[in-house]
Write a new protein. Structure first.
Length: 305
């Protein structure tokens, strides 16, 4: 049996009392990160990320991890990061992994002996105002779609665009108005609105008019969860199709750089933060030249050199 799953002083007895909270360093950082990601409760984090289909353990077992009673196995870490919408190297991951190592070696003396010498002591810059604003958006303004909602929204181009138009506008829309704006037939729009209503994305407000249940919010997709990557590819297809029909390019820039791959991974984290800051410019009312914009960030290694 793996010792990481045995509470201190336990020989199979009930896990209760103060001694049961054995792995607090990891649990504290996990709870902090899930709250910042927009999951105020353990129940929401587990089930809105797909539950047993995503995590290789039950909700009861996750509760023990969340409370510091259990420590997860190392190979479970990817499912935690994807559930938290984080990538390795992104803000918070370092503290999460340090908390894991601190709990793993059990004592501060062992941590100082084994782990501390491996750490680079670097001054950490203060978070910028933009970073704080993005943290607020992620914590208070994001809506994490469940796998079922994500699949429904990406089932057809009509469903996808209806969901996006509704969430990005504070008004109400009829099927005819949406069809006219999107250049689609009214029948698939009506079917899409019904599907979005059934999964809790859209709401009917009377007289055949619809609005989002989360207007003005920012959707986050569970595309990194197992089995959902293909749906993200489908979304990109919707973008390309609509761009060819109705869009135009606003700006592009490309650089070719010789560098270490590790340096480029670190650079991408900075690039991703810059991309996320586009949400600070979002609006939910029509402007003189407003529209839906796709902003992409990509770092590709084209040649080992």
């Amino acid at each position: 049996m793996d010792f990481r799953h045995i509470p201190v002083g336990s020989t199979g007895a009930a896990e209760s009392g103060k001694a049961a909270v054995r792995f607090g360093a990891f649990a504290r950082q996990l709870v902090k990160l899930r709250q910042e990601a927009g999951f105020p409760s353990a129940y929401q984090f587990y089930h809105r990320n797909g539950g047993r289909r995503h995590f290789p353990f039950t909700y009861v077992h996750y509760l023990r991890i969340d409370k510091g009673i259990r420590l997860p196995k190392p190979h479970w870490m990817p499912c935690f990061l994807s559930g938290l919408r984080l990538t390795p190297g992104e803000g918070g991951c370092r503290e999460l992994f340090l908390g894991y190592l601190r709990d793993l070696v059990l004592t501060e003396e062992a941590f100082a002996l084994i782990v501390a010498p491996l750490l680079e002591q670097q001054a950490r810059p203060e978070a910028s105002i933009a970073q704080e604003a993005l943290r607020w958006i992620k914590t208070e303004h994001a809506v994490h779609l469940t796998p079922e909602q994500f699949k429904a929204q990406t089932s057809t181009d009509a469903a996808y665009w209806c969901a996006e138009l509704l969430v990005n506008d504070r008004g109400t829309w009829s099927a005819a108005e949406l069809a006219n704006l999107l250049g689609l037939e009214a029948a698939p729009i009506r079917a899409a609105l019904k599907k979005l209503k059934d999964v809790g994305i859209a709401r009917e407000v009377g007289e055949g008019r619809y609005a989002s249940r989360h207007e003005g919010k920012v959707y986050t997709y569970p595309g990194r969860l197992k089995g959902l990557a293909a749906y993200l590819d489908q979304v990109e297809g919707f973008w390309d199709k609509m761009y060819a029909k109705r869009g135009k390019e606003t700006g592009t820039r490309v650089e070719l750089v010789r560098a270490d791959e590790s340096a480029m991974r670190r650079y991408f984290q900075v690039l991703a933060q810059t991309l996320d800051s586009a949400n600070l410019y979002s609006r939910t009312t029509k402007g003189d030249d407003s529209g839906l914009f796709v902003i992409e960030a990509s770092v590709k290694k084209v040649l080992p050199f």
